[in-house]
Design a protein around this ligand. Structure first.
Ligand SMILES: Cc1cc2nc3c(=O)[nH]c(=O)nc-3n(C[C@H](O)[C@H](O)[C@H](O)COP(=O)(O)OP(=O)(O)OC[C@H]3O[C@@H](n4cnc5c(N)ncnc54)[C@H](O)[C@@H]3O)c2cc1C
Length: 442
């Protein structure tokens, strides 16, 4: 405000413009650690995505937008809800308000292409631990271990930025827009827990996790499939951007300073680095990764894999959990992905696509990067990675509690055969690789 005014006069040019920046809230549904909200006179906007998603995933997402709206309204702002083609919506709004568009840097190729069509769009980094300008390389080092060693040695994770206490009001002539009704989703009694989308739920989750002893045992428990206490279960909120990876990182460090520091607390940050790796790696690799081939029509085996009807308990239990809850453990994901691509020989992209529709923690980089990795076309230094799903069952579900929970037909099967029930009169699986025999006969 440079001009000196006589009392009672208002010089219009000294008033701030009604909007300096539109903040596109795609995949950034939070107020905490959101640098976009610190921009001058920001107008937050959320455009409903058009990608196919299960009602459960959509419900989880809409809950987060509703929570964001409540949080912004409590601070004097709002989020405009819009429908239609994202590029057209944002371009038209920017032209109407005469301002630019900012959003958190995405890691998906489609998103980057889309953004390139929005005039003047600028990025900031809020979905990753590091900022693009801080990375000490121009191409992401491969494999993951090389990446990890470089960033652990050369970079620090910035402290998260606090939530602003007040925000400027949205120009009154802009209609806020209403959210669609939440899809009704039946609660499956087998689900280990319910997930509610949004920042308030995410913060409650964070506080609960670090108030107990789970972080100190993470490394020993993280591979559990049965129950929901093994790993952090932060991924659903991380994926929708209602929880900041930098916030988690610093919460781990605080736990290390105040409670205990051990290989488990290190391993939580180690896993966040896996996420980080894929966020930077995927956009560089995508054209080659997705290939030029058209997807072949899905074979019948694929439908049985989706339904959890392969006759292999380790696969069926995990797929049924995914279908009933929108979540599956990392151990489960590795096994079902290996089984589909390596045992059934189905194009891995069909599986990745199925996950995209159903996972409530769907994240473009983590999903497509991990699928490519397990299928053997990604950033894996080994070219012979194959999961013996029977062996994995005996290792990570020794007593069969997990498979019995999701596959009721196993109740009467001899406990020694719970991972290969066909040896105890159960139906034969859709495939039987010879290498399984060494596990069954061991
Ligand atoms: C085929 C396949 C598909 C996957 N698809 C997704 C996906 O769409 N979205 C997603 O968030 N994760 C995905 N993952 C990674 C991993 O399975 C999940 O992040 C993890 O199971 C989430 O549970 P959690 O939060 O309890 O993880 P924790 O074990 O508690 O880990 C803490 C955090 O570290 C990150 N992380 C852990 N493992 C990985 C990994 N392998 N790759 C990337 N980040 C990781 C996640 O952000 C996670 O929330 C996939 C893995 C595979 C094998």
């Amino acid at each position: 405000m440079g001009a000196r005014l006589a009392p009672g006069y208002l010089l219009l040019t000294t008033l701030p413009p009604e909007c300096r920046m539109i903040l596109d809230c795609r995949d950034l549904l939070r107020i905490d650690d959101n640098p976009g909200l610190w921009l001058d006179n920001v107008v937050p906007v959320w455009v409903m995505p058009s990608a196919p998603m299960s009602p459960r995933r959509q419900r989880f997402l809409l809950q987060a937008v509703a929570a964001l709206r409540a949080g912004l309204r409590a601070r004097g702002s709002d989020v405009l809800i819009r429908f239609g083609d994202r590029v057209e919506v944002l371009t038209a709004l920017a032209a109407e308000l005469g301002c630019g568009v900012a959003c958190a840097r995405p890691s998906g190729v489609d998103e980057l292409h889309q953004d390139a069509q929005i005039p003047g769009l600028v990025y900031f980094d809020a979905r990753t631990l590091y900022g693009a300008d801080d990375l000490p390389f121009s191409a992401t080092p491969e494999p993951f271990t090389r990446f990890r060693k470089v960033v652990e040695k050369q970079l620090r994770v910035d402290a998260p930025v606090d939530a602003p206490a007040r925000l400027p009001a949205i120009p009154v002539r802009l209609a806020p827009g209403e959210l669609p009704p939440l899809p009704v989703v039946a609660h499956d009694p087998r689900a280990y827990r319910d997930y509610r989308g949004g920042e308030d739920a995410a913060q409650a989750e964070l506080a609960k996790y670090f108030s107990g002893t789970r972080p100190a045992h993470y490394k020993q428990t993280r591979n559990a499939m049965h129950g929901c206490e093994g790993s952090t279960k932060f991924s659903p909120w991380l994926a929708q951007g209602s929880l900041s990876p930098r916030r988690i990182w610093h919460r781990v460090t605080q736990y290390e300073q105040q409670v205990t520091k051990n290989d488990s607390t290190y391993w939580i940050q180690f896993e966040l680095l896996w996420r980080e790796f894929f966020q930077w790696w995927l956009p560089e690799q995508s054209p080659a990764l997705f290939g030029r081939r058209e997807l072949a029509p899905a074979p019948r085996d694929f439908a049985r894999w989706c339904a959890g009807d392969t006759g292999v308990p380790m696969i069926d239990a995990n797929m049924r959990e995914l279908n009933a809850t929108g979540y599956m453990s990392n151990r489960g994901r590795q096994n079902v992905a290996s089984f589909l691509s390596k045992d059934l020989g189905v194009d891995w992209r069909l599986g990745a696509d199925y996950f995209e529709t159903h996972l409530i923690d769907y994240d473009v980089a983590s999903n497509w990067g991990n699928w490519a990795y397990v299928a053997g076309t990604g950033a894996d230094p080994r070219d012979d990675r194959w999961f013996n799903v029977l062996l994995q069952g005996t290792r990570y579900d020794r007593r069969g509690d997990y498979v019995r929970h999701w596959v009721p037909g196993l109740a009467g099967i001899d406990p020694g055969c719970v991972h290969w029930p066909w040896r105890d009169g159960g139906p034969r699986p859709i495939i039987h690789p010879p290498r399984w025999n060494s596990v069954i006969d061991a």
